[in-house]
Every structure is written in C-alpha cells, then in structure tokens.
Write a protein that binds this ligand. Sequence first.
Ligand code: NAP
Length: 502
Amino acid sequence: MKQEPELEFVVVGAGFAGLGMAIALLREGLRDFVVLEKASALGGTWRDNTYPGCACDVPSHLYSYSFEQNPKWSRLFAPQQEIWDYMERCADKYGVRGHLRFNSEVVRCEWDERRSFWRVHTKSGEAYTARYLVFGTGPLSQPSYPAIKGMDEFRGRAFHSQRWDHSFDVSDKTVALIGTGASAIQIVPQIQPKVKKLHLFQRTPPWIMPKPDRAVSPAMQRVFEKYPVTQRALRNTLWTLMDLRGFGFSVAPSILRWTERQCIAHIERQVGDPELQKRLVPDYRAGCKRILIADDYYPAVSKPNVELVTDGITELREHSVVTNDGRERQVDAVIYGTGFRVTDFLSPMTVLGRGGRDLNDAWRNGIEGYMGMLVSGYPNFFMLLGPNSGLGHSSMIFMIESQVHYALEVIKGLTARGAKAFDVKPREQAAFNARVQERLSKTVWATGCRSWYLDANGRNTTVWPGITAEYWLRTRRPTFQHLDLDPEPRLTTFSKGHTATA
Ligand code: NAP
C-alpha cells in the first residue's frame, strides 16, 4: 500500500466554490489536484437552475470573483445564462479545464489515519487519494419537496423549480405553484402571461423590496473596460451598502422597520385590491427570512388569471390539489418552488473521519463546524460554505473567496511547520459555536419566524452572525493554536511568515 497520496487535493463540486478553489490553487502554482463534479458541466446552482426568470438577486458587479471583474455584465442583476457563461470563461482563462472530472459523483470519502490522506470514491468506481479534501458542494443543491398526502398519485406534470421540465409548455395550462420564496417570485411573472390559470400557494408571504435593476449601457461597459477602477469603485460601494444592511440584521434588527415600511409601500403601489394587499403583507420582522427584490411579482399576482391561495394544501389527487377548506382545484401541473434541504447537504455522500466516524452521524443533532469550514474529527478537510457561513444580505462569492484564502493559509502554515495533517481542536470548535449561537440569538433571524436558516431543533446552523467584513478579517490568518497538527511541529521549522496568530 502506497504511503503517499496520488494527489495533493481533491476538490468536490465545480460550482462557484469548487471553481474558486481550483483557480486559487493554480494561481499559487499548485497543480496536483482534480475537481470531481457529478454533472457533465460546471456551474453548480447556475447550471442547475434554469427556470424562467432565473437571475441573481445580488448585483453582478459584486456577485463575481474579485480577481475577475466582468465589464460586460448586461444588467445590474445578470440572468442565469450570463452568470453560467462567466463561470465557463473563468474556467478557460485560468486553465481549470484539465483538472475537471465530469460525471464523477463522489459517494464516499475516508480519512486514512495511518497515512494521513483521504480516499475518495465515485459512483462509477473510480478512487483517488489526496492529502487534502475540499468540499464545494454548497448548501442549495438538494431540492426539498413538501410531504403532501397523495403526491405520488398526481398524474399531471410535477417538477421542482431547480429541475425545470423544459419539455412542458405552460401555455394555456392550469398550473399550481407551491411556495413564494426567492425562486417562485422570479417564476410567477414569467409564466403568468402564458398560463390559463395560475394557483399560487403561499404559506408565508415574503418581504419584497423594489428591484433597482437596469441594463448596463454599452457606454458604461466601455468605461468599466477601459478604467477598471470605476468598476472596482462600484463593487466596493455595493459591498459597503450591503454590509450596512447586514449590520442591521445582526446587531439592530429593529432598524429593519424602515425596510418594512418600504416593502408595504411597494405593495400598496403595485396591488390595487386591498384584500389582496393584506394577504401579501408578512407578519414577521423583515430579514428574518431572506428579503427578496422584484418589480414584476406583485403586478403578476394581481392579474385575473392568478389566484393567491393561502389555505394550506392537504392532499394531491390524480389531477387536482385539495386545500384545507375542502376546495379541490383541477390542475395540469404542480411546480414545487419549495427550496432546498439546506441542513442535509452532505447526503447521500458518506464522509468518514477519524475512527471511521460518519459525518452524517456526527451531525445527527445538527450541523456544526469551525469558521464555517473545518470540522473537528475530519482532518485536512475544508468545507466551503459550510455551517454558519451563509449570508442573508450579501454576495456568497465574497465568503467563498475569504474561505479559499483561509484554506490556503492553513495549508501554507502546515507546510511551513512540517506537518502533514491538521484537525481543529474539539474544545475550540465548541467555543466557536457557543459564541456564534450566542450572537445569533440577538439577530433578526431569531425574531420568531420559521426559515430555512433554522434546523429542525430551531438552531441557526446556516448563517454567519456578523457582517462580511468581519468574516474577511477573521479569515486572513488562521489561529494555529486552535488546530492539532500531526506531527506536532518542531519550533525550528516555523516560518516567519506563518507563525500562529491569535
Ligand atoms: P425558499 O426561499 O426556501 O422558498 C421556499 C418556499 O416554499 C417558501 O415560500 C416556503 O414557505 C414554501 N414551502 C416550503 N415547504 C412548503 C410546504 N410544505 N407547503 C407549502 N409551502 C412550502 O426556496 P427558493 O425560492 O428555492 O430559494 C432558496 C434560496 O435559494 C434562497 O433563499 C436564496 O438564498 C437562493 N436563491 C437565490 C436566488 C438569487 O437570485 N440569488 C434566486 C433563487 C434562490 P415558508 O416561507 O412558509 O417556509
């Protein structure tokens, strides 16, 4: 049996996170890695979500890699295809292609304690060994379906927003759309003009702000291209404004009352019917669930061929949806805009760490990590966008870049110390989480709504409790005292540039 791994890194997933990691490795001159991707193309979320109207609700000049500004964004909020194309171009420009292994779904990863490396197995039977394992699989990749009686009996078309059935033409059909979250509110304005009837099933109304979207004129694109500093200034302004809102989320939720007033005025401007207005106004603090942005949703919901249904669904029958008032609505299709299994994002993968402990088992009572990336008992393992590193207010790509930087700093520090492996100390992970949970208890996400940020026990395991600027600062240099190194370094091998910092 070989003592050394074949590779330095296995990266799992080729979405923004995995691609960002791959580019960072190449920019550091580290070429000994593969990126395993279960699909036949890169892109993650932006490959999978092809529903009509799919676009980013974070401005593209911020929702992009800091090192690869795109002066050609067609709009402030770019559509899905344009974001996917951007990712493809990044893969080409930075030479990632040769490292991508498509149709390679990872099913099992095992830490080899004796040799200090990971074994990674794919569904098709390939196996890789690597010193470091980096997960970029993201929390929003496994669709969540509601548990509704009779779902299997339904004989019309039924699909999830993330698995849009493009062979189904909605024209002149009667469609049930379940959910009114970020995806659904983009879908409604697109299908409303085509369908005969849309029954929109709303369990909880979202807070929706006006969308400051606009086309970026060719003249402005030329300015961005010729003077990149102007685009950087726009990016920094967007980042600062979003972090200011994040400050409200995390420190002073009551200032979000101002946002609520803006949202209510938006409803009053766009919806004529006072009865409908009332049913569209949320009864929880804005920001507790993700604040959405749209200018075309309320006008579409107000159209005569749309029915906003607020009675709960009790059953699906062969060709109908039944609500708890006993009403049965005949439909041709059911579209699930019901979100993702956010706290269940490893499944169906098995990750076995020290002592063969299954991470799904370690996380039985809730997911938990350190700095949103490391997990005690799982050496040399980085989970990009792991527990408590999500955001409700800004660009996830900013978080990914902070995490990639941190991962590389850990690896450089390990090399400088002559260590082959690291593991975060259990007590440091526990202390980190105690602090995170204590801070989260004072934020807007703890003001009483039911959101996907909370797990089955009501614990917020998804969101970073502060602003992105704090996360950036805290990921500049790892605190090596929080890590167990193997072998423990001899002091003489410490490199000046990578000494432990508090
Ligand atoms: P979501 O925001 O979680 O919305 C799911 C919707 O389905 C909610 O309205 C929810 O109601 C409803 N729902 C869930 N289970 C239900 C059930 N059993 N019966 C009735 N209704 C049910 O999901 P999403 O719209 O797919 O978005 C998920 C996340 O993806 C977003 O929060 C965002 O982070 C990301 N996203 C981003 C963009 C973007 O532009 N950047 C676009 C789309 C999605 P309740 O509110 O009552 O739970």
